[in-house]
Write a protein that binds this ligand. Structure first.
Ligand SMILES: Nc1nc2c(ncn2[C@@H]2O[C@H](COP(=O)(O)OP(=O)(O)OP(=O)(O)O)[C@@H](O)[C@H]2O)c(=O)[nH]1
Ligand SMILES: [Zn+2]
Length: 293
C-alpha cells in the first residue's frame, strides 16, 4: 500500500482532516497510535502519513507544540501591534517574544495602522525596535486600511504555519481577512465569535492560504501571560542576545549582581539593548516572586 504525507488541519469527533497537495482527506488514527490517557496523540499541525484507507499510521516528530490552542509545528508567531490606537506596548511585545522563544517558534513583528502616524513617529518606533535586528527578527510595517505591506507578509508566510498573537484591537482579524479572500472573521468581532458557535465545538483549525501554507484561526497568544519558565538558566536562554563573546568571571553568572559580567558590560557598551536587559530583570523578579522558590 502506498502512503500519503500531509498536515492535520482540524479534528472533528475522532476524524482528522489532513491536507496534502491541495486536497483534504478524512482520516482516522490507527489503533496503535491511540493512547487513551493522552489528548495529544495526534493534533492539528501534525505531519502524518496515511494509507488509501484513510488510516493514519505515523505521526512525525514535532518541532514545537502549544497547548492553548493545541497545535504543533508552528513556523512563525506573528507578534502584532498597532503603531497607535491602541498604543504600542513594548512590554507586551517583549512578553510575546519570550513566549515565542520559550515554545521554540520563530517570532516575527508586525506593526499595523501605519496610516495613522507621521514619518517622524514611524522613525521613533523603528528606533525603539532597533534591537530586533540583533535578534534576527523580521519587522514589518503595514496598514490593512491602505493595503501597505500586505503582499510582503503574504510572501513571507507562504508554505508555513503561522500563528498571530497580540492585544485586542491591533487588527488581527483585519489582516487575516486580507491574507485569504474567503476568510470570514468579522472585524472587531473575533474574540466574541471564537468563544461561541461552531468554533467551540470544532476546535482549532488551520486555514489554508491561497499560495500555500496555513494560518491558525484562533489567536493563541495573549500578550500578558509570561510562559512557565522553569528556572533562571532557562530564562537566560530566552534572551539570545546574551550570548556574548568571552565568559563571565563566574561560570554560573546570572548577569545580575556579579562582578566582571560580560552581559552587563555589553549593556554598558550598548551592544545589548538596555530596554531588553531591563525587561530581563523585570522577568527575573517576577519569576522569583511568583514561580521559583
Ligand atoms: N487606521 C487603521 N485602522 C485599522 C487598521 N487595521 C484595522 N483597523 C481597525 O482597528 C480596529 C480593530 O481591528 P480588528 O481587526 O478587529 O482587531 P483585532 O486585533 O482582531 O481585535 P480583537 O478582535 O479584539 O482581537 C477596527 O476598528 C479596524 O477597522 C489599519 O491598518 N489602519
Ligand atoms: Zn554574567
Amino acid at each position: 500500500m502506498s502512503y500519503i504525507k500531509g498536515v492535520v488541519t482540524t479534528k472533528i469527533k475522532g476524524f482528522y482532516y489532513v491536507a496534502s497537495e491541495g486536497k483534504t482527506y478524512e482520516c482516522r488514527l490507527r489503533g496503535v497510535l491511540k493512547r487513551r490517557d493522552r489528548k495529544d496523540n495526534c493534533i492539528v499541525g501534525d505531519i502524518v502519513e496515511f494509507g488509501e484507507d484513510g488510516a493514519i499510521t505515523a505521526v512525525h516528530e514535532r518541532s514545537n507544540m502549544i497547548n492553548r490552542p493545541l497545535v504543533a509545528n508552528i513556523d512563525y508567531l506573528v507578534i502584532q501591534f498597532a503603531a497607535v490606537d491602541p498604543k504600542l506596548d513594548y512590554e507586551r511585545l517583549n512578553i510575546l517574544m519570550l513566549n515565542a522563544y520559550y515554545y521554540n517558534i520563530k517570532p516575527v513583528v508586525v506593526i499595523n495602522k501605519v496610516d495613522l502616524i507621521s514619518p517622524e513617529e514611524l522613525e521613533e518606533i523603528k528606533e525603539k525596535l532597533e534591537y530586533l535586528k540583533a535578534l534576527d527578527i523580521d519587522l514589518f510595517f503595514i496598514s490593512t486600511y491602505n493595503n501597505i505591506g500586505i503582499d510582503r507578509i503574504k510572501d513571507y508566510i507562504k508554505d508555513k504555519i503561522t500563528a498571530f498573537g497580540g492585544p485586542s484591537g491591533v487588527g488581527k482579524s483585519s489582516i487575516l481577512n486580507l491574507l485569504q479572500d474567503n476568510m470570514e472573521l468579522e472585524v472587531g468581532e473575533t474574540s466574541k465569535k471564537l468563544k461561541r458557535g461552531k468554533h467551540t465545538t470544532k476546535g482549532t483549525t488551520l486555514l489554508p492560504l491561497d499560495n500555500g501554507g496555513f494560518v491558525i484561526d484562533t489567536p493563541g497568544f495573549s500578550s500578558i501571560e509570561h510562559p512557565p519558565v522553569e528556572d533562571v538558566r532557562r530564562l537566560i536562554s530566552l534572551f539570545p542576545e546574551f550570548e556574548v563573546e568571552g565568559s563571565c568571571k563566574f561560570a554560573d553568572c546570572i548577569h545580575i549582581n556579579e562582578p566582571a559580567c560580560r552581559v552587563k558590560e555589553a549593556v554598558e557598551r550598548n551592544e545589548i539593548s538596555r530596554d531588553r536587559y531591563e525587561f530581563f530583570l523585570r522577568c527575573y523578579e517576577k519569576y522569583k516572586l511568583e514561580r521559583w522558590n
